[in-house]
Design a protein around this ligand. Structure first.
Ligand code: NAP
Length: 484
């Protein structure tokens, strides 16, 4: 009999899992989604200018090619449209239980007891053989801890909870943060605001985004020319893997990446004083490189100022820094996500009664970023150490789903399975050795690592290696739960 599967989250990960089960003829699954619609991060991040800096044809499932992309780099509405298209085409929408939040999952010796809460708070517990977590790494906004934030008398919100009711036209706006999200919305906000003050704590490396629209002829070609989409996708993938990955591994293209970013800065920012304030003092790639061609030009506008003084507090009227006060009507927090708190605030209890929170007190980890000893039949998509700074996360999600699909038949003969502690220990050693080469370790603060500097979010190898590792059969790394 097919196992029953609970999938948590209806974003790129959860939908991919559901589609693959559906295509394998396994219909005994339910997708739990706390929001009223699917799309995950692409539903939440609807800020002006939201889009993806990975090309459309690669930022999509390998099994669902799409000829309709209107541009080289997709914008948020189009990505959401793609996910809607996939959910309908593969008949998974009807299996999503919307407005249902998973609060707790506890292994009871043979299956998972999954406790959900409906919108009215009513709880319900159901049993599933398998749980697949598809909640991602960037789903919980991180509001900063700046004194006085609650005293602000104007309107404030986080970039992933954009207040579309609030018209920015003519207003004095403060943006706190300048990461990939802020770089995308700052140019749009600048167009409307009376004055925009961008509060930058640390400059980012920025490289151009060579965006372009696909005209009807190109789209027709993608649709009708056999193999064209596949070849184009493969070319983008190989380019990212062959040139960007070595830069992050401090290899041959590291200098090239830096030169490209410095040239972009020189080309777009003529003022040497502003350029100096925008030049990072750490190696490119240590933080996520921003890929954008409109961010710098926005900062050179006369109605935009870049503030690099330290923020001291938020006052009822605006932002106070070590050098002065800035009166504003609106504050937008582009301050990122609580990325190292994987799966929080869900309570997940393994077979020995230990919670994931306890298990991960020194930082999250998982075998292949997918599974853990003592948490039988629990799988994660986009889990610890599977984020990329150089290629499409959809590729990684598909590798993870392949791995889960390979594990499912193995359950039939073995009951609940879990990773052997030896496999986990070997994985940790392998990861640590690869991590030592990477640029993320020192010299910058980033969402890739915990407060004490452990990189819990990123995958340190080539994605080709990750594909090979996840394609291995579950044996010998897995065993029946509780066996020694
Ligand atoms: P982020 O990269 O974590 O950036 C947060 C920003 O807020 C940083 O500039 C940070 O400064 C600043 N900040 C945080 N706390 C602050 C404080 N107390 N005072 C002053 N400044 C503060 O977040 P994000 O821009 O939302 O991006 C997160 C990730 O989402 C990206 O790295 C990327 O992986 C993904 N994303 C992808 C795309 C895409 O096109 N593919 C687009 C958007 C987002 P410091 O640098 O000094 O910490």
């Amino acid at each position: 009999m097919a196992p029953s599967v609970a999938i948590v989250g209806a974003g790129f990960g959860g939908l991919c899992m559901a589609i693959r089960l559906e295509r394998a003829g396994i219909r005994s699954y339910t997708v739990f989604e706390k929001a009223g619609d699917l799309g995950g991060t692409w539903r939440d991040n609807s800020y002006p200018g939201a889009g993806c800096d990975i090309p459309s044809h690669l930022y999509s499932y390998s099994f669902e090619k799409y000829s309709s992309w209107s541009r080289r780099y997709p914008e948020q509405p189009e990505i959401l449209g793609y996910l809607d298209h996939c959910a309908d085409k593969y008949h998974v929408r009807g299996k999503i239980r919307f407005r249902t939040e998973v609060r707790r999952a506890a292994f009871d010796g043979s299956a998972w007891r999954v406790t959900t809460a409906a919108e009215d708070g009513a709880e319900r517990t159901e049993r599933f053989d398998v749980v697949v977590m598809g909640v991602g790494q960037l789903n919980r906004p991180r509001m900063p801890d700046i004194p006085g934030m609650s005293d602000f008398e104007g309107v404030s919100f986080h970039s992933s909870r954009w207040n579309h009711e609030h018209d920015l036209t003519g207003r004095r706006v403060a943006v706190i943060g300048n990461g990939s999200s802020a770089a995308q919305f700052i140019p749009r906000v600048a167009e409307r605001a009376g004055h925009l003050s961008v509060f930058q704590r640390t400059p980012n490396w920025v490289i151009p985004k060579p965006d372009a629209t696909f005209g009807p002829l190109v789209r027709l070609a993608f649709h009708y020319v056999p193999g064209l989409q596949r070849a184009y996708r493969e070319w983008i993938y190989r380019y990212a893997e062959g040139t960007l990955y070595p830069a992050l591994a401090q290899g041959w293209s590291e200098g090239m990446l830096k030169q490209r970013a410095l040239r972009h800065l020189r080309d777009q920012v003529p003022d040497p004083e502003l350029r100096a304030r925008l030049t990072p003092g750490y190696p490119p790639g240590c933080k996520r490189v921003v890929i954008d061609s409109s961010f710098y030009p926005a900062l050179t506008r006369p109605d935009v100022s870049l503030v690099t003084d330290k923020i001291v507090r938020i006052t009822p009227k605006g932002v106070e820094t070590t050098e002065g006060s800035y009166e504003v009507d609106t504050i937008v927090y582009g301050t990122g996500f609580r990325s190292t708190e994987f799966l929080a605030p869900m309570e997940v209890i393994g077979r020995d009664g230990l919670s994931l929170e306890q298990r991960w007190k020194d930082g999250a980890e998982a075998y292949l970023g997918i599974s853990l000893p003592a948490f039988p039949n629990l799988f994660m998509l986009y889990g610890p150490n599977t984020n990329l700074g150089h290629n499409s996360i959809i590729f990684m999600i598909e590798c993870q789903v392949n791995h889960v699909m390979a594990c499912l038949p193995y359950l039939a003969g073995h009951g609940p399975i879990e990773v052997r502690p030896e496999a986990m220990a070997a994985w940790r050693r392998q990861l640590d050795a690869a991590m030592a080469r990477m640029v993320w370790g020192e010299g910058c603060r980033s969402w890739y690592k915990t407060a004490d500097g452990r990189v819990t979010n990123n995958w340190p190898g080539p994605t080709t290696l990750y594909r090979r590792l996840t394609a291995r059969p579950p044996r010998p790394a897995y065993r029946s739960a509780g066996a020694t």
